[in-house]
Design a protein around this ligand. Structure first.
Ligand code: PMP
Length: 284
């Protein structure tokens, strides 16, 4: 693969990060994952908006303008002949040349990285089979809204879910589901209302979630942005997750209890189709 690293397009094996890079020592870095369909970027503006917000919340200066990002990510897609898959981009606070908790002065340049991952996104067997999830405690820090590379807890919970025989975990704080380990979590409750956790510091403000809710509004699907309990999830009519890599993906089992008779629900199905159509129509 060719990767983008600190202003250059180079073979992946030639990209070298200092042992003192704050991304390496402190997970002092933010990232984005943007999906690519038909060689085009999905919801690019949404991801750029969140990247700017993450940088601002971390008091990191902006890097490239959106148009510059677009140009370089397109070049990366071309160089790697990426038809369908993901682009990962990351900005760390850089290498101050030593280890210190305090942030370095403004002269320390950020470490900027982007690479592609070839992946079938549309043709995902989970879209017709549905995912199984188990609920596990949300013990992450209180700023889940900032997309940092501090992903150890999410990684641990994915491993625990896998060990329990499930596809993934939904995280629970004070009896309420916050989100999945790497997706936002949604249900259609017993009254037929779509419930999605409100935007606060306990969840990542998913780009796919935002687009999905806006499409739901246009499709006259009733929704409320509020947290739901584990019990509400287990007795829901439908459940699904959203993320850049899975789009809208049905969940058919929560804590071993079948959701919607163990089959993907109609609302999730309609929203998946609507999202993919919208995403492809607006890809750049
Ligand atoms: N929540 C978490 C914790 C995530 O890691 C992700 C994906 N990175 C999401 C939600 C989904 O966000 P998006 O739709 O922007 O991919």
């Amino acid at each position: 693969r060719t990767v983008f690293f600190n202003g250059q397009f180079i073979p992946e094996g030639e990209a070298k990060v200092s042992i003192f890079d704050r991304g390496y020592l402190f997970a002092d870095a933010v990232y984005e994952v943007v999906s690519v369909l038909d060689r085009k970027l999905i919801d690019f503006a949404g991801h750029m908006g969140r990247l700017a917000r993450s940088l601002a919340e971390m008091s990191m200066p902006p890097t490239y303008h959106d148009e510059q990002w677009l140009e370089l990510l397109r070049a990366l897609i071309d160089r790697n002949n990426l038809n369908e898959g993901l682009i990962y981009l990351q900005i760390s606070r850089g290498n101050p040349g030593d280890r210190s908790f305090y942030w370095p002065s403004a002269e320390t340049a950020p470490t900027i990285l982007a690479f592609t991952q070839n992946m079938a996104l549309l043709d995902n067997p989970a879209a017709s089979a549905g995912l199984s999830v188990v609920t596990l405690p949300d013990l992450r820090w209180g700023r889940a809204d900032i997309k940092t590379t501090q992903l150890l807890y999410a990684s641990m919970m994915k491993m625990e879910a896998k060990a329990a025989g499930a596809d993934d975990a939904w995280l629970e704080r004070d009896g309420l589901i916050t989100e999945g380990t790497s997706q936002n979590a949604h249900i259609v409750n017993s009254e037929g209302v779509l419930l999605s956790h409100q935007l606060d510091r306990n969840i990542l403000h998913g780009i796919t979630r935002a687009a999905m809710l806006s499409l739901a509004g246009g499709m006259n699907i009733r929704y409320e942005q509020r947290a739901f309990t584990v019990a509400e999830a287990e007795t829901a009519r439908e459940a699904f997750v959203t993320s850049a890599s899975t789009f809208v993906m049905p969940v058919t089992s929560i804590n071993g209890k079948a959701i919607g008779g163990g089959k993907p629900g109609p609302v999730a199905g309609e929203l998946r189709r609507a999202y993919i159509d919208w995403a492809m129509d607006n890809a750049v």
